[in-house]
Design a protein around this ligand. Structure first.
Ligand code: ACM
Ligand code: ZN
Length: 758
């Protein structure tokens, strides 16, 4: 473990200590490679350079590289750029990349190893090679020696194409980007309640009808956000919409020929494709068109949760197997994903067929019925040479000895422990880190980068059963490729480095700096990334007298525009060129623009003019240390009217702002205390909560982090004199597990160890 960090750091040092002046850009590889040395000088790829391969099997890799470099000539044997497979390299998919005065050599332990080396070469080349048009840029490269290999053998991304559809071209674009960051597993969520996306020849209605639907509540939410944010990323691409008999219909699907083409495209790039036909739940796109699949011929078309299939009927199992028989033919990779998440089992309790199955199979309950179904399908998978993957719900009711779980429910903390303890493999996709459809904020990138797959309590043997890591992109509120890209860039690069095994969370800033030139590449690739957050201000700021307002972005190419009248900044609004001096309370709305003129979402920030607040007139010797915490129960959805209708469960004394041990459920916490600050000044308060919270000092609302949401930190400021000040915090959790914390910083950004009394 330690060695890994050291090589990462050494790599960074070596790069910075011997820069080569004639190389276009500094070396900034993501994921960071394990070992790199650099010599003075450079190598330029000639216009008539030849690619040499050691082995016919490398032809697709050479073709791929040739297309990138616009070189047509590929020969067996030695040439200017050599691709070699050398099975004697120790590590799976290890590769060496050597660029010297006479040429380039990529040696891979496998085909995939060679492709990984090609991606490192791609990142060393000028970003202009990403242009689709003829390249006029000189292809100058630094002289390097790289030795590299991945830690995780599973570096995955999942795309949900059911809730919203993505075209073959858009899927290929994603695969191209995945390859650039050395991902090697594409998990394709091809069916769900909102649409069936894969042609199955035996059951043509699945796509003829099941791939198309009337606009639903998820679509309407996209339209609402479109309007609220004035954000065209929420528009539905025209090719997915048609009007039939005055109804607007949304949909699309892949023919089997298109699937084969995409699988081959992925294969050339070293990416395996894992199809998922989600069952027994999330199946109403099929049930709507083949109603006998449900227990009661009752289709729940278009609902987010719906009736599952009926595992009590033999013909339903036949249907499932028929579908998978066709699926197996299209996907060569050994793993296939059965889904099996979030199954609503009420129907099974009432269904005579299900109850009969439970009886004849000697099962205890509906959980064991689900397990029986999964095991029956797994047997069929195995007979067809496939391995079964399922969401971590397949642990419930008994896991077979051979299935692989995909852990997604972060709150089921021991899922991986339980599966690997009994010898099963696991892939980690915990939603609190790797659900890229969740909104991103200032903390997201660092959160992804901080994930440590060596979970507490996992033995070395168990850890060896972890195949790797994956991010999921659910598409309920992602109707376009632009929105999809916005949600995954840049955070997929953080996962790339974590999965590769060269991420050091303590060196996050090193990664962040290395990331900067990648945005330039994405500009050329026309990728709709999330612009890094502006820096220099809090959500809510305070000043005394006058202040200089600053807004900066780590990306030099970003244009920042702003307004102070509450309107959304446009291309015509005032350009930020440096600190803006103010003497009165002012609300700024900043907005960042990409090179191509498109804008990110506006950011509002308030600068409030204050005087230093006088301390409270209380005698500290009459107070106890700590905070008073009242624990309430109520079906909270926000912090409004906090105690109205709430049941007071307990009043306790605590030493910090956190959820007291054992407090959970529909939870409200009210903290009351005096906070003691050591000197006069403007203090910053970072309030982290899941769900909502509010912080008041002397009845002034310093941080408003209210609403039902996941972990989110917001900061605000307050000016006060040294001494005691009355503090109040409201926090609630909507019965889904929470977190709460408060940090206090001085104006010089140092964390202050404040004291509380009550
Ligand atoms: C899932 O997010 N339902 C796997
Ligand atoms: Zn049934």
């Amino acid at each position: 473990m330690k060695l890994r960090w050291i090589t990462g750091i050494m790599a960074a040092l070596l790069i910075s200590s011997c820069s080569a002046p004639d190389v276009a850009e500094e070396i900034a590889l993501i994921p960071q490679v394990r070992e790199i040395t650099q010599q003075q000088g450079s190598y330029t790829i000639k216009a008539n350079a030849v690619i040499g391969i050691s082995d016919e099997n490398l032809q697709p890799a050479a073709t791929y590289l040739g297309a990138m470099l616009q070189l047509a000539k590929i020969e067996k044997g030695n040439a200017d750029i050599n691709l070699i497979v050398d099975g004697s390299l120790t590590n799976t998919d290890e590769y060496r990349l050597e660029i010297n005065k006479s040429g380039i050599t990529i040696t891979g332990q496998s085909y995939r190893g060679v492709m990984l080396g090609i991606q490192t070469l791609r990142q060393l080349l000028p970003a202009e090679i990403e242009k689709k048009s003829v390249v006029n840029t000189k292809l100058v490269l630094p002289l390097v020696n790289i030795s590299d290999h991945p830690r995780e053998q599973w570096r995955g991304l999942m795309l949900d194409v059911s809730r919203h559809f993505f075209t073959p071209a858009e899927v290929k674009e994603l695969l191209d980007i995945m390859a650039l960051y050395k991902f090697n597993k594409f998990h394709w969520h091809l069916s769900d309640d909102q649409g069936w996306r894969i042609e199955i020849k035996k059951y043509p209605l699945l796509t003829e009808k099941g791939a198309f639907r009337k606009l639903n509540s998820q679509d309407r939410e996209c339209m609402r956000m479109r309007k609220e944010q004035q954000n065209p990323d929420f528009d539905f691409p025209a090719d997915r919409i048609k009007v039939v008999e005055n109804d607007t219909i949304y949909g699309g699907f892949y023919t089997q020929e298109e699937i084969k083409d995409i699988v081959a495209y992925a294969g050339q790039r070293g990416i395996d494709v894992i199809p998922e036909i989600d069952m027994p739940g999330h199946f109403s796109a099929a049930i709507a068109n083949y109603p006998y699949l449900a227990c009661f011929n009752q289709a729940g078309w278009g609902h987010t949760f719906s009736a599952p299939i009926c595992p009590g009927k033999d013909e339903v199992l036949e249907f499932c197997k028929d579908v998978y028989s066709e699926v197996f033919q299209l996907f060569p990779f050994e793993y296939v994903h059965l889904g099996a998440d979030e199954v609503e089992k009420d129907n099974w309790k009432k269904c005579p067929n299900c109850q009969k199955r439970i009886k004849t199979e000697g099962l205890k309950d509906e959980f064991e019925l689900q397990s029986w179904f999964v095991k029956s399908m797994e047997k069929f998978f195995n007979e067809n040479g496939k391995k079964l993957l399922g969401w971590d719900e397949i642990l419930e009711g008994g896991l077979s000895e051979t299935a692989t779980i995909m852990w997604w429910r972060s709150w089921v903390k021991d899922a991986v422990h339980r599966a690997t303890a009994q010898g099963n493999n696991a892939v980690m996709a915990p939603n609190s880190y790797f659900y890229f459809d969740y909104a991103a904020d200032v903390k997201t990138l660092q959160n992804v980068y901080s994930f440590n797959p060596e979970l507490e309590g996992l033995s070395k043997e168990q850890f060896n059963k972890v195949l790797g890591l994956q991010a999921n992109i659910w598409a309920e509120w992602i109707p376009s490729r632009e929105r999809m890209q916005y949600m995954i860039f840049p955070r997929m690069t953080a996962l790339a480095e974590v999965a590769w095994g060269t991420a050091n969370p303590a060196e996050f800033e090193n990664y962040r700096q290395r990331l900067v030139p990648h945005f330039n590449r994405w500009d050329i690739m026309n990728i709709n990334y999330r612009i890094p957050d502006l820096e220099g201000f809090e959500s809510k700021n305070v000043f005394i007298g006058s202040t200089d307002v600053t807004a900066t972005c780590i990306l030099p190419s970003v244009e920042i525009r702003y307004t102070t009248d509450g309107s959304v900044p446009t291309k015509e609004s005032t350009l930020y060129t440096g600190p803006v001096n103010i003497t009165e309370t002012t609300t700024f709305t900043f907005r960042s623009f990409r090179k191509n003129g498109t804008a990110d979402v506006p950011v509002k920030t308030e600068f409030v003019k204050q005087e230093l607040a006088e301390p409270a007139n209380v005698d500290k010797s009459t107070l106890k240390e700590g905070l008073q915490c009242k624990i309430y129960e109520k079906k909270y959805v926000n912090c409004e009217n906090f105690t109205d209708g709430a049941k007071l469960l307990n009043t306790i004394s605590v030493d910090k702002v956190a959820i007291p041990q054992g407090a959970k459920g529909w939870l409200g916490l009210e903290f009351d205390a005096y906070i003691e600050v050591p000197e006069d000044g403007i203090y910053s308060f970072a309030l982290l909560s899941d769900d909502g919270s509010r912080l008041y000092i002397n009845d002034y609302l310093v941080v408003d982090n209210d609403g039902a949401h996941g972990p989110r930190e917001l900061s605000g400021q307050y000016a006060m004199k040294a001494g005691l000040h009355a503090l109040k915090i409201h926090y609630f959790d909507g019965n889904n597990g929470g977190s709460l914390g408060l940090k206090v910083y001085s104006s010089s950004k140092q964390e202050v160890a404040v004291k509380y009394f009550h």
